[in-house]
Design a protein around this ligand. Structure first.
Ligand SMILES: Nc1ncnc2c1ncn2[C@@H]1O[C@H](COP(=O)(O)OP(=O)(O)OP(=O)(O)O)[C@@H](O)[C@H]1O
Ligand SMILES: [Mg+2]
Length: 146
């Protein structure tokens, strides 16, 4: 059966760190108007801010590019959030997703962004092509108990 869309938003912004806050607020406002549980909103906005930060600091390291954030709420309660950049891409996705793995230790990065996204979402999917960019899809249900 095809999933019916209940509501959808899309936001694009350039890769400046002050836009991390914008992405958190946008997701939070969008989900609260849809009646999402407060705990779900808190977790998803944290996951989104990790994904957006990665796009800005790793994807577009030293260059300016566009980050897009798309959030769809389906009638069955699924919230699908997609974060996209057209930056450097990731060579080894499996390795990048290991907790504590970072390519920027000198910047005091902990290597925990993907671990946070995983633990705060029901499912995460990463697609990336070196030189072309990265797409992170976060799935989470709108209600904490079913
Ligand atoms: N959008 C992206 N484009 C290019 N590389 C990425 C992207 N997202 C993640 N990476 C790579 O994956 C690694 C792991 O990401 P993760 O968010 O888990 O840790 P981190 O960003 O290094 O540290 P932290 O999130 O704790 O500040 C990064 O160090 C980077 O090499
Ligand atoms: Mg990170």
């Amino acid at each position: 059966m095809k999933r019916e869309v209940k509501n959808k938003m899309k936001l694009s912004f350039i890769s400046r760190s002050e836009n991390e806050g914008l992405s958190r607020i946008a997701v939070s406002a969008f989900l609260s108007s849809a009646g999402a549980d407060a705990g779900v909103i808190a977790q998803l906005k944290t996951a989104v801010s990790e994904g957006v930060t990665n796009a800005i600091v790793h994807g577009y390291r030293g260059i300016t590019g566009i980050v897009t954030l798309e959030c769809t709420i389906y009638e069955n309660g699924l919230i699908r959030t997609v974060i996209r950049d057209k930056g450097t891409g990731i060579e080894d996705i499996e390795k990048a997703m290991e907790p504590l793995y970072t390519t920027a230790p000198e910047e005091e990065r902990a290597g925990l962004g993907f671990a946070i996204m995983k633990s705060f979402c029901d499912r995460i999917r990463v697609r990336s092509v070196p030189g072309k960019g990265t797409t992170v899809t976060l799935d989470k249900y709108i209600a904490e108990n079913g």
